[in-house]
Design a binder for this molecule. Sequence first.
Ligand SMILES: NC(=O)c1ccc[n+]([C@@H]2O[C@H](COP(=O)([O-])OP(=O)(O)OC[C@H]3O[C@@H](n4cnc5c(N)ncnc54)[C@H](OP(=O)(O)O)[C@@H]3O)[C@@H](O)[C@H]2O)c1
Length: 293
Amino acid sequence: MNILVTGSKGQLGSELRALQDSHTSHRFYFTDLPEFDITDADAATAFCREHAIGAIVNCAAYTAVDKAETDVNTAFRVNRDGAAVLALAAKAVSALLIHVSTDYVFDGSNCRPYREDDPAMPCGVYGQSKWEGEEAIRRIGPSYLILRTSWLYSSYGQNFVKTMLRLGSERESLGVVFDQIGTPTYARDLASAILDILERSDPQTMYAETYHYSNEGVCSWYDFALAVMIAGERSCRVNPIETADYPTPAKRPHFSVLNKRKIRQDWNLEIPHWHDGLLRMLAEQELVKRDAS
Ligand SMILES: NC(=O)c1ccc[n+]([C@@H]2O[C@H](COP(=O)([O-])OP(=O)(O)OC[C@H]3O[C@@H](n4cnc5c(N)ncnc54)[C@H](OP(=O)(O)O)[C@@H]3O)[C@@H](O)[C@H]2O)c1
């Protein structure tokens, strides 16, 4: 199958690229800005026709959660309109669209893990733009799988783990919020799940499903930071602080743990624990640094 990966220079796209050698029966087209802009409708459909694309994995997104509060138009153009463009392109060539969304479509007022059919109620522009992207896909109606994930990190790109490693070397102590609860997700594990699903998907079936995928387990950003410091052998002390003590332009959900029962059952996935993912990412990070030097 010919597979188009958009936003392929980002965290998730880079992880898919890193895994492509174990899926040699597929031909991957890894694309990103500036040569492939998901908001360019004519170009997206033409590309899919020209390369007989059988599946699109949309890793492209506007992911700057705080910046989105003021850069509203760009966030909606990429996260809502870009998703719609890819849905139309997928429909035009009868391709499966795998679209990645976020736990930030929820407001965090739940006290049990969110299921796919819980009502979305985003508390910021980023979450709202991602939710409207999901809705556009459902409305346009190609064969689609929407995968919501949370707290993504990777050895590629910038993320919380890398920030903690850097600050852990620079500072003696650090305050990290302990009243936002969720699950970190190693982008390598999500990429692997996506490839597994693609492998087992049936090109004749019209899919119209939303799934939750994160690593297993639950923690606060404080717990996560502490785990990074310990595993990364940083002596920096981590202090628990409240969200109110660390104001950010975008409001974030206090609780955004995702219930993954549906994806586990439908696709028979084994999902690693977040701490296991963290250790593998740190090992990979060393590898990536050695390769680059
Ligand atoms: N990061 C998280 O914590 C997190 C959590 C939950 C869900 N998600 C979702 O997971 C998915 C993957 O996230 P990620 O962390 O891998 O994102 P990322 O690292 O920010 O990568 C996104 C990629 O998309 C590119 N892009 C932006 N606008 C584009 C456009 N108009 N056309 C084509 N490409 C464009 C970006 O290029 P530039 O860098 O040049 O802008 C970047 O290379 C996204 O859908 C995101 O919403 C992420």
